[in-house]
Ligand binder design. Sequence first.
Ligand code: ZN
Length: 394
Amino acid sequence: MNKVRLTLGLFLFQINMSYAGWVSGGGQVVRDGNNPWFLENTQVVKYCITSSKEFSNLPTPVENLVEQSLKYWKEEFNYSLRHSPGFEFGKIKIATQTFFKVDCDENPDLALQFGVLNELQEQFLGDPKKFIGIAVRTDYDEVNLKAKGFIYFSPDSGPLRYLGEHLKDNAWHLGYGGYLKRLVIHELGHVFGISHTEDGRIMAEGYPEELIRKPLDNFPDIWNTGLSMEGFFKYKNSLNFSNLCGLIIVTDEKPKKQAQNLTDEHKFLGLTKEPSCVFFDNLNYRQKFVAKVHYELNDPLVPIGEFNIDYSKTIAWPARSNEVVKLRLNPKQTVFHYSGDPHDLLPVAIRVVEVYGGSYHTYDGKIRKPIRANVSPSKIEIFGAYHDKVLKVY
Ligand SMILES: [Zn+2]
């Protein structure tokens, strides 16, 4: 669920009898409210698409964006670590269904509504302009563990435009349509049962808002509007870091030219002069990162050193995993033989963060230091020590 300025708590108070049982995705756990809408016993999902005139003339039509987004999750879920708590299906699999597009008057399981709401839906949302996008489960079959619902996407112009001066105008029409695709992926993520993550990436609560936030003065736009996506369960380096100079670490907190002192991160990297900007090129897939420096913005880039992650050197602690999809089985369900407590929240899809060792060395040969790298599907974080202080250096 993505609201521009509204807490879930506030808006749950507005629920009345006519839409009792409606649950919006990604918010607080409401019993089985965060269950995936479909499990393996559902083989075909009928979905429909409606759109208002504000969604016409898109760089990529909504039908294609929806198809690509469904494909994205089907592929990604292949890479999730799945739990197998003794169900008859063995491991529970998500996003295995065939998605079949129908007309919206054919009572589909899932309606994707671009700028279109019926009266009841509008009443439920209160002011739909407060949402950039929202997935709402309107019906849940507790026996077959199958949901129905709709996803609403706010238009980027017109009377129902998402609220907020800080948000881009016409965001859905920019580039190749990558902003809207990312929003569709986020909301479909909730349909597949993914709760909000804390990593600032595609399933983070604030992601849709950040996605279309107007860039601050002269800052390059952090999201490209292309259609290729980073992975969620599987690490894919699709971000072009060289476009992010000035946004990634080290100098991004301080206005340029103002800081006189080198930060500990700069010193870790072996810099002796205040840089205007430091960025990292990810070479050799995800193993080697070259730190490059602009001392003055218009000067040539100077490679100063490189990080090498040693994937043979697993550090067991503090490896973390992230249970991003959980399932609650109510006593009425007949899909699984489960003898455990029906209130158990069962981990279904797990995203793993692995921790590896490695090293950083400067090209002048003066510095060689150990590093630790947290590698998760959506990002790599590198930590190093400087004077007994652990620093996040990438
Ligand atoms: Zn959300």
